[in-house]
Design a protein around this ligand. Structure first.
Ligand code: FPP
Length: 224
């Protein structure tokens, strides 16, 4: 049976859910937070050590300003509301992506990271202003200066995910089968699950079904 250490999720479908149920994309983002809560809870129950959530990509800046503002406001409220409870549950929060938001949000993110940095139960990697191609380019630039021998092990120390093992599972909700510039290096051997449900409808039963399926898969890593 496979050991499950790291789950990465592309939480897609909030906008469509919001339009369908409340005639507002933003209502979908708000509803998506309930799924975030449920998946964090189930990850702890399943003793998963890393949960990486794609909350905002480098490409999401193309969205209408009103939606972007709503998303970051939601994030701020979520963090202020939950950080103490996450800390009590021994959960560590790490941001991957470039923190170039308002100085208020940047400060809050650093504060949450510092507060929880010693926690060991579960590490949540929140991907914010994250794009895999830009992560790889920045890593190559830094690597070149280092004069180190180019191999996988040395190179991955320059990624934002250094010290984080590669995801065992990648889940994408929202009935779309694409990777959207997410963790392209890191998912080389991940098991990928594309889910029809929109993110706000994705629940603990769906998550546990995927976990169960993953545990029974024969993983070869190129071997036979
Ligand atoms: C993709 O759905 C979702 C996002 C770009 C944002 C994800 C954000 C949340 C779940 C809430 C905030 C998260 C945290 C952790 C505070 P979409 O808008 O692309 O949906 P669509 O494909 O239906 O348009």
């Amino acid at each position: 049976m496979n050991h499950l250490n790291h789950v990465a999720i592309i939480m897609d479908g909030n906008g469509r859910w919001g339009l369908k149920h409340k005639n507002s994309r933003n209502a979908g983002h708000k509803a998506g937070l309930k799924s975030v809560d449920a998946i964090i809870r189930e990850s702890v129950k399943n003793k998963i050590k890393y949960l990486t959530l794609f909350a905002f990509s480098t490409e999401n800046w193309k969205r209408p300003k009103k939606e972007i503002n709503y998303l970051f406001n939601l994030l701020e409220i979520f963090l202020k509301d939950k950080i103490n409870a996450l800390n009590k549950q021994n959960i560590k929060l790490k941001i991957i992506g470039i923190k170039n938001f308002s100085s208020r949000l940047n400060k809050l993110l650093v504060k949450c990271e510092n507060k929880t940095k010693k926690n060991k139960q579960l590490q949540i990697n929140l991907a914010l202003n994250y794009g895999s191609k830009s992560e790889l380019l920045n890593a190559f630039k830094k690597f070149r200066k280092s004069k180190k021998k180019l191999n996988e092990e040395n190179f991955q120390n320059y990624l934002q995910t250094k010290d984080i093992p590669d995801p065992d599972i990648l889940i994408r909700t929202g009935n779309t089968q694409r990777l959207s510039n997410f963790l392209l290096w890191q998912i080389a051997y991940s098991e990928i699950f594309f889910e029809k449900k929109l993110w706000p409808d994705f629940n603990k039963k769906d998550y546990n079904r995927i976990i169960k399926k993953f545990k029974s898969i024969k993983r070869n890593f190129g071997n036979v």
